[in-house]
Design a protein around this ligand. Structure first.
Ligand code: MG
Length: 311
């Protein structure tokens, strides 16, 4: 086991690294903070996916981020050097649209969302409206065009007319970026709406909601016990897998640090902890592939957060 990937000078919390000893039939991967950060692949991501494909394993890329649709994610992954097709991608654009179609097929929707989710809802036949008097569902999401005007519409629909229900794409607090920075995510939008209306968000259509895992497993056509979920967040990626009794692997290249992991309770912990995502492959696969430093840092992660904690 490797001693860690902390930059010199950072507070040293030992990384409790635990790697799988076997391959799984299916692999579900988070994207931001797991396979890439911003527009850069994380160390080992490319060769991991290549090796899994060569071994005939089923893959699914699962993101809570609704600012792209599966076509755009597949294009992004392919452009970064991980060839992928839209059918291998599931994100909250898809889960939110499908859930609304199943539960509120005739709803008039106000989507605080960027164009990919707006387009998916329109294509699914929903009437989109900014008239609070006719809005049935307010969808909050990771929307970088959020403004006071949108908050007012949500406020009027939920608080003044008291006819709308509030749902959201995902509960993430922020989206991680390279260099330890990040961007406010859907949790911030939900919090703004809840704060002024007193209305609680009824449903999040992203990880860790079991609806999302069921959709992912349906796409993989595999049962949960034959799959492993890999991600960088305890409260979304790992929680979803744990709730389903499915194996989970936390990679310390995104939100969760060795420090925050050490503070987590037993019920929040993953089966595996990785300092880099290709450590998801067992030692035997590393040896067969001729990779020489199984838990090591051939491409060191040297980013430090602004608060001085390490990744
Ligand atoms: Mg992530």
């Amino acid at each position: 086991m490797n001693g860690g990937c902390q930059p010199a000078g950072a507070a040293m919390t030992p990384l409790p690294l635990v790697r799988p000893k076997q391959l799984y039939a299916g692999y579900i991967f988070d994207l931001d903070g797991t396979l890439y950060l911003g527009d850069s692949l994380l160390p080992g991501a490319q060769r991991l996916i290549q090796a899994l494909r060569a071994a005939g394993r089923r893959l699914l890329f699962l993101s809570n981020n609704p600012t792209k649709d599966p076509d755009a994610y597949a294009a992004k992954l392919t452009g970064l050097g991980i060839p992928a097709v839209p059918a291998e991608v599931l994100n909250t654009v898809v889960t939110t649209t499908h859930w609304l179609r199943q539960n509120y097929p005739n709803a008039t929707v106000f989507a605080i969302a960027e164009e990919p989710l707006q387009r998916a809802l329109r294509n699914a036949g929903f009437q989109l409206s900014e008239d609070p008097a006719e809005i049935d569902i307010v969808v909050a999401s990771y929307d970088r065009t959020f403004e006071y005007r949108k908050l007012q519409i949500a406020f009027d629909a939920l608080w003044y007319f008291k006819r709308a229900r509030l749902i959201a794409t995902n509960p993430d607090r922020y989206c991680p970026f390279p260099g330890g920075r990040g961007e406010p995510d859907a949790a911030a939008i939900v919090a703004a709406i809840e704060a002024c209306t007193g209305v609680r968000c009824e449903r999040y259509l992203g990880k860790p909601d079991p609806y999302v895992l069921a959709a992912a497993l349906a796409l993989l056509d595999l049962p949960a016990h034959q799959c492993v979920m890999t991600g960088d967040r305890l409260y979304t990626d790992i929680k979803m897998a744990r709730d389903a009794g499915m194996a989970s692997a936390l990679v310390l290249t995104g939100e969760t640090t060795a420090v925050t992991l050490s503070e987590a309770g037993d019920a929040e912990r993953p089966n595996y902890v990785l300092d880099r995502v290709d450590a998801l492959l067992p030692d035997a696969v590393w040896r067969r592939a001729g990779w020489t430093n199984p838990a090591g840092l051939t491409e060191p992660v040297t980013r430090a957060r602004r608060d001085g904690s390490s990744l």
